[in-house]
Structures are given as structure tokens and as C-alpha cells.
Ligand binder design. Structure first.
Ligand code: NDP
Length: 530
């Protein structure tokens, strides 16, 4: 049993067609367990469009037998997995099926004290005094073990987060390993990094990460901090603790001295808040919502703690009429539908030059009709599940607001599993700059399409946001790319590409997207007393 969307031919007009009701989306309507439903895929006649043959996909599920889930997990403090002092725990589920995955320890303030003390001790007695050459060996070892256990990490990430295995396998895990490799290379070269002859670590870093890239964010936080000689207490998001805990196991396997890395699972309002407020913390690194980022900035003002914030975004992906359009369409899809759009730098606003708007939207809709939504562990899946129920509610609410404000909503014909948290790829045309869907971060697979006539208008519209994290520019003119990059108020500008990451390339924003950089040499500065 599945809930089916109308086929394009019957009830969708490819130009302007929209699905009618938000109620048809996601959990609860028309039952169908994952793996038993029809994913979003073209409902084409046997010969397909333009006489092309159409091939059905056979299911290609990745085996989950490589993952050995425990029924419960403790906190990782001072090199060992321990029970929380007050014995509290919560459950983590698979967002694609709502199946219980494991019981997870919920750290309280006393556990935070223990973890911060362990990290402080390790920093002063072992990790800080250790030579960069020796620290590098540990980081290289962690990187290599991540590679060795990459399949296990990828499957676990897809189970806990809901993202397609294709992405966890080809993006999250390789980039996590790459970050450890990259910063391992810096550990013995800090005096050549341009921060003076003998740059010193800050001390103990309290690091709070979100649920959209759980392993990758852990690597982005831990690798530069450790390379620079800091020790860490990491708090993963409540809904995605499992790969951070597996990383803790890998850290044990790599024989990292006890206390150098500690992982505290549990609620942000309890463990996260106690961690960042702890007097034993010298540096706070946070990735998550702008709202909590602002709270942290207020709370830390005047404490002398160092702070970096990587917050939300509402990026413009700008397509000029001279762009290679088919390539641009792939970039638009990658920009907003990668990781179900749960990406801070997602290209959630498409700004397309008026002269080609109709063509681009039509090409985009045809391409979206080929996306496959469904089982995250199926290797053919393009879009997986939304990470949690609250996030699904937020996406639904903003999509409904888009319709209510007069934008035209469209999704390809598809069916979604009944159980789990699902939202189809969605495009809004007829969007004005004042609409909520053009201003607020949706953090889901929803694209708002706006048009422009001149480069100046594109810049004005792209910059009309409180955020400043990323942007994309599609044009064949190099001079225009450079001019646009200079005008756009965004920390990262991609040219003829989108959502490309590399450990050597700094990433971060300004305005309400936060401050500080992760990656590259600037990523080291965030963990050194410079
Ligand atoms: P949050 O900002 O609430 O969560 C991010 C991390 O901060 C989590 O580990 C969370 O823990 C923790 N946290 C929450 N409250 C506190 C606190 N008072 N002190 C310290 N740490 C805290 O994001 P949500 O998960 O609630 O998502 C809400 C919205 O934020 C999304 O809809 C999206 O728009 C945006 N977002 C942006 C991300 C980005 O990469 N920039 C990533 C995730 C979300 P816990 O999980 O226990 O709440």
C-alpha cells in the first residue's frame, strides 16, 4: 500500500502543474513499508520520451549486516564507554521506518563535568605537550580506520539519518576521512602556517553538531582541533548519535590517549547547554540553527571563550542565459535535493535569467521526474527520508505557507512510504522576494524559483537575505563569475558547480550564517591562540 501522486500525464501540467494538498505528503497516508513502494520515477510510456527505452530499476539494497547495533550505548568519557551518572537514556530511530535502533545515554551536567575534566587533564598532560609529528600519527591512523570501516559507517549513517547510501558512501564518509588526513598533514607544520613561530592550542574545545551530516560534522570539528593540540568534548545531535559513537570506537581502536576525545550524547538543552557554559571549556564550536547560535553568542559574551558559529543559510543559485543549461540543471538538483535539502548551504533559491526561465523550469521538472525517493539503503535512491518528525512538520508548514502566499507548487508524480518521514522533491514557481519560502530556511527538498533580468538585479536579489553562507553562479563568462563573486555577500561562491567540499577549502559564512571558517588553513586558526 502506498500513497501515489498523480502521474504527470494525468493531473500534472509540466509547465505549471502543482500537487493539490500538503496532506498527501509523507507519513501517515496510504501505508507502504519501505522497499515496498514505488519511488518517484518517470511514469513514461514503454518507449519513453523521444523514443528512448525506459528501464525499470531492480531494488539494490545495501546489506545492513555489516553494522552491529548494540541495544544500548553509553557515553564516551576518558577513553571508555560509561553509563551516565543519573542513568537517563533515550531512543534513536530510523527515520525511514520509525524502527527503534538503539537506546542512547543522555548525559547530565555531572557527566559533562567528568568529560570536561578528562579533556582538560589530557590536554595538559598528554596531548598538548605531545609533538606535532606524534599527534599526526594518531590522526592518520583515525583517517585510515575510517576508510577501512567506511561501509559500516555509511550504512549506519543512512540508518540513523535517513540519507541515501549513495551520499553517505560517496560523500560523508570519504570527506570525513579526508578531513583527518588533511589536518594530520598540518599537525607538525603549525609553525609554518602563518600564525607565528610557535602557535599554541586554545585548550579544551566544546563542540556541538547537528543531525544533517553527523559523521562529517564530527570530523570537521575534531580533526583541526586535535591537529592544533586541543582536546575535545563533542555533543552530537539527539536524533543522530550513532556514527559519532562509532567514531569514538574508532578513536579507541586508534589508541588515542584517554580523554583526548570525549563524546556526550543527550539533549542540547541539557548536555549541550552545560557543555558550552562549562568553565573548563576554552573554545566553543557550534553548527546548527541560527536561533541556538544567537543564544550561544549571548551566553558566551564576556566569558573570554573563543567561539565559531556555522548556522543557517538561504543560498541563491544563479543561472545566466549563457550557462550550459543541462549542466546547470544538474547543479540545481544537486544544490537543493542533495541530502534532502537538509543542508545549511543548500541552493534553495533558484535565480534564473528571465529569458531562459521557462526552458530551465521545464528541464528541471523533467529531471526531477527521474529522481527516486525511498529506501535510503537502496543504491539507486536519490532522496531519502527527512531526519525527524519535527523537521518534517517544519517543511510542511513552510510549503503550505508558500501555497497560501500565492506561489505555484509542483512535485513529480511519485509515491511515498507510509511509515517514516517523507517529503517529495518540490518546486515553487511564481515566488516573490517577500514570500516566506524566499526568506526562511526550509531545510528540506523545496526549491523556490525567482527570475532576474540583469546581473545587477541578480546580485540585489541574491543578497536580499539575512544569511550569507553560500551562492552559485552559472555562466560561461569567467569575467562575470569573478564580478559576481565579488558582489555576492556569501562566504562560499561556487562557479558552474554547487555543494562541492574539500578539506583544504575554507567553509563558513557571515551575517546570520555565523562566523569563523572550517577547512583549510583558516580552519586551524579557529583552534589556535592567534
Ligand atoms: P539546533 O540548532 O537545535 O541543534 C543543533 C545542535 O545544537 C544539536 O546537537 C542540538 O542538540 C544542540 N543544541 C540545542 N539546543 C542547545 C543549547 N541550548 N545549547 C547547546 N546546544 C544545543 O537545530 P535543530 O536540530 O533543532 O534544527 C532546527 C533548524 O535548524 C532546522 O530546521 C534547520 O533550519 C536548522 N539547522 C541548521 C543546520 C546547519 O547545518 N546550519 C543543521 C541543523 C539544523 P539536540 O539535537 O539535542 O537538540
Amino acid at each position: 500500500m502506498t500513497k501515489s501522486y498523480p502521474t504527470q500525464e494525468s493531473e500534472h501540467d509540466l509547465e505549471t502543474g502543482s500537487i493539490k494538498s500538503d496532506d498527501a505528503v509523507g507519513k501517515g497516508e496510504g501505508a507502504g513499508l519501505i522497499g515496498q513502494h514505488e519511488p518517484c520515477s518517470p511514469k513514461l510510456p514503454a518507449t519513453g520520451r523521444a523514443g528512448q527505452a525506459v528501464f525499470e530499476y531492480a531494488p539494490a539494497p545495501e546489506s545492513r549486516s555489516i553494522v552491529h547495533l548494540q541495544s544500548s550505548y553509553g557515553l564516551f568519557i576518558d577513553g571508555a564507554f560509561v553509563e551516565p551518572l543519573d542513568g537517563k537514556a533515550y531512543k534513536t530511530e530510523n527515520p525511514a521506518t520509525e524502527e527503534l535502533l538503539a537506546e542512547i545515554a543522555a548525559a547530565g551536567t555531572a557527566d559533562v563535568d567528568l568529560a570536561v575534566e578528562a579533556a582538560g587533564r589530557a590536554q595538559k598532560t598528554v596531548w598538548g605537550p605531545m609533538s606535532g609529528v606524534e599527534r599526526a600519527k594518531y590522526l592518520f591512523r583515525i583517517a585510515r580506520i575510517i576508510q577501512e570501516r567506511s561501509r559500516e559507517l555509511a550504512v549506519l549513517e543512512s540508518l540513523d539519518n535517513g540519507k541515501p547510501i549513495r551520499e553517505s558512501r560517496d560523500v560523508d564518509v570519504p570527506l570525513a576521512a579526508a578531513h583527518f588526513f588533511y589536518y594530520a598533514g598540518w599537525a607538525d607544520k603549525l609553525e609554518y602556517a602563518g600564525f607565528g613561530p610557535d602557535p599554541q592550542p586554545l585548550g579544551v574545545a566544546g563542540q556541538v553538531i547537528p543531525w544533517n551530516f553527523p559523521l562529517m560534522m564530527a570530523a570537521w570539528k575534531l580533526a583541526p582541533a586535535l591537529a592544533a593540540g586541543n582536546t575535545c568534548v563533542l555533543k552530537p545531535a539527539t536524533t543522530t548519535p550513532l556514527t559519532a559513537l562509532l567514531l569514538a570506537e574508532i578513536i579507541q581502536q586508534a589508541d588515542l590517549p584517554p580523554g583526548v576525545v570525549n563524546v556526550l550524547t543527550g539533549a542540547g538543552s541539557v548536555a549541550g547547554a552545560a557543555l558550552v557554559a562549562h568553565p573548563g571549556i576554552d573554545k566553543v564550536a557550534f553548527t546548527g540553527s541560527t536561533e541556538i547560535g544567537k543564544d550561544l553568542q549571548r551566553a558566551l559574551a564576556g566569558t573570554g571563550k573563543h567561539l565559531t558559529l556555522e548556522l543557517g543559510g538561504k543560498a541563491a543559485n544563479i543561472v545566466f542565459e549563457d550557462a550550459p543549461l543541462d549542466q546547470a540543471v544538474e547543479g540545481i538538483v544537486n544544490g537543493i535535493f542533495f541530502n534532502q535539502g537538509e543542508v545549511c548551504c543548500a541552493g534553495s533559491r533558484l535565480l534564473v535569467q528571465e529569458s531562459i526561465a521557462e526552458t530551465v523550469v521545464e528541464k528541471l521538472k523533467r529531471r526531477l521526474a527521474t529522481l527516486r525517493v525511498g529506501d535510503p539503503l537502496d543504491k539507486n535512491t536519490d532522496l531519502g527520508a527527512i531526519n525527524n518528525a519535527a523537521q518534517l512538520d517544519k517543511i510542511r508548514e513552510l510549503a503550505a505557507a508558500g501555497e497560501a502566499e500565492g506561489a505555484v507548487r509542483w512535485s513529480p508524480a511519485c509515491s511515498l512510504p507510509e511509515r517514516g518521514y517523507w517529503f517529495p522533491p518540490t518546486v515553487f514557481t511564481g515566488v516573490s522576494q517577500a514570500h516566506r519560502i524566499a526568506q526562511e530556511e526550509i531545510f528540506g527538498p523545496v526549491l523556490s524559483v525567482l527570475t532576474f533580468r540583469t546581473p545587477e538585479e541578480a546580485v540585489a536579489k541574491a543578497n536580499n537575505t539575512v544569511y550569507g553562507l553560500s551562492a552559485g553562479v552559472w555562466t560561461e563568462k569567467g569575467s562575470r563569475i569573478l564580478w559576481m563573486a565579488g558582489q555576492l555577500r556569501a562566504g562560499v561562491v561556487w562557479a558552474n558547480s554547487f555543494n562541492r567540499f574539500d578539506p583544504s577549502s575554507p567553509f563558513g559564512g557571515y551575517r546570520e550564517s555565523g562566523f569563523g571558517r572550517e577547512g583549510g588553513r583558516p580552519g586551524l586558526a579557529a583552534y589556535l591562540d592567534v
